[in-house]
Design a protein around this ligand. Sequence first.
Ligand SMILES: *[C@@H]1O[C@H](CO)[C@@H](O)[C@H](O)[C@H]1NC(C)=O
Ligand SMILES: *[C@@H]1O[C@H](CO)[C@@H](O)[C@H](O)[C@H]1NC(C)=O
Ligand SMILES: *[C@@H]1O[C@H](CO)[C@@H](O)[C@H](O)[C@H]1NC(C)=O
Length: 565
Amino acid sequence: MVATGLLVASLFTLVLGTPTARNLKLHESREEIPAGFSLSGAASPDTTLKLRLALVQSNFAELEDKLYDVSTPSSANYGQHLSKEEVEQLVAPSAESVNAVNAWLTENGLTAQTISPAGDWLAFEVPVSKANELFDADFSVFTHDESGLKAVRTLAYSIPAELQGHLDLVHPTITFPNPNSHLPVVRSPVKPVQNLTSRAVPASCASTITPACLQALYGIPTTKATQSSNKLAVSGFIDQFANSADLKTFLGKFRTDISSSTTFTLQTLDGGSNSQSSSQAGVEANLDIQYTVGLASAVPTIFISVGDDFQDGDLEGFLDIINFLLNESAPPQVLTTSYGQNENTISAKLANQLCNAYAQLGARGTSILFASGDGGVSGSQSSSCSKFVPTFPSGCPFMTSVGATQGINPETAADFSSGGFSNVFARPSYQSTAVSSYLTALGSTNSGKFNTSGRAFPDIATQGVDFEIVVSGRTEGVDGTSCASPTLAAIISLLNDRLIAAGKSPLGFLNPFLYSAAGTAALTDITSGSNPGCNTNGFPAKAGWDPVTGLGTPNFAKLLTAVGL
Ligand SMILES: *[C@@H]1O[C@H](CO)[C@@H](O)[C@H](O)[C@H]1NC(C)=O
Ligand SMILES: *[C@@H]1O[C@H](CO)[C@@H](O)[C@H](O)[C@H]1NC(C)=O
Ligand SMILES: *[C@@H]1O[C@H](CO)[C@@H](O)[C@H](O)[C@H]1NC(C)=O
């Protein structure tokens, strides 16, 4: 019976296997629809899909070596960041890959546009019917139950055998969008505080954080930066607009020592804009711009508003902002982003491509900071789970993940601060000693709930609870690792200002420095608190690195010493 069954099955395969010139091979698939989405039916055959192709990069391994070489303080080449051309040469696809993909495009009557400076990303539009045929896919409409967001995706796709080794991925296919990009949690409006000028940490900082609190707590200088070549960029997504009038009100209230007209410049891509209508002021965008401009005294600050001229979801924007900056001859020395999503919603190939893009920008000398997420061990936002949910891009080893703390005397971990271990990216050597020590101290706690070999995050933390911000003219308090990333960005930018003034290189990719003995000594270790989630108490903060507050919080004076100033 079994033998007959097999024979029938294989005859069937012979009959159904259409003998075409192109032999399609399964390339990526996901076993199930991600939690929160359901299948609504087949996509209309004539719906236009904006697809992207990532070509295999020719020499990423060398780019990675160079990234570490220029970012590790003990290296002879520390600070010798790569030029635009040097980075492009290492990641540009080989001529064979370009030819193979172009031949395939031509054969199918398609014209693609190059969307990255190294030529490793292409974009083209096709109707669903054609996409299904090209990739042996089943593009369908999936609905996000909570938000109603609809996305056209496929659970599997194939590529022609002759493109294997040349074409790395097709997007959007098995990666789902993220309707819940993490945003700061808005607390009830708080009372206005008195103007703070003292360098001692004011008692009010125990309940309400202002720029003066952060200046006092971390020793952030109030003197103006002097270097015009030094730039701090703030990412803006999902129509979050940074409002200039609110910034002016904020500075007038909380930075009375600088001109309240101090402002930021705007760059846009993908059809982005920055509406100044008061009602459209974004909580996230205002928080990010108020705590960068408000702390990084006189550092030129840029708000980069990424529109949504792509298929859907934020990940195209995540990619585009990096390729946009890689195309600049002098990209900003610091980029802070307070958006992210759960790692398990993204294909491993796409996660790797985005992570490689951070390595490229890091090699150019940019410090890339992301908020670690606000759901403790349950992911970017609190949700039910049996195993811990790492966030993206915090699991990427080539960026700096920023967690949150709260309170003074002692400063303790904020309970929402996401942290943990990637399931996609292996642990980089710069953190192996610090993380091993933690795992030893942790013992069997949470055993089986996380991947002990993964890249561990966050790397560092700052305050993240009850930050006073101004939105639509009103002062309110917000919480989140979204508060922490811009705070750290301001501190790193002020360090870069001093470094550049002294004729030295900016810090660039921070982690090899942060985890070095000198870097760790410049941080205040946070040893209490934890990040509960998934029906557990989460990870406890402990002496040394921990997956709630990383290595600890910054101390400006000690950081100056650590960078040799
Ligand atoms: C890079 O910038 C140049 C102009 O500065 C522009 O012409 C080109 O299209 C950009 N390339 C990409 C891939 O965005
Ligand atoms: C705080 O500073 C603002 C602007 O300088 C001023 O208008 C206000 O009166 C001050 N408030 C207090 C309580 O000193
Ligand atoms: C654990 O992480 C490694 C990367 O360090 C990855 O290769 C492996 O697949 C992960 N395991 C699980 C179960 O996700």
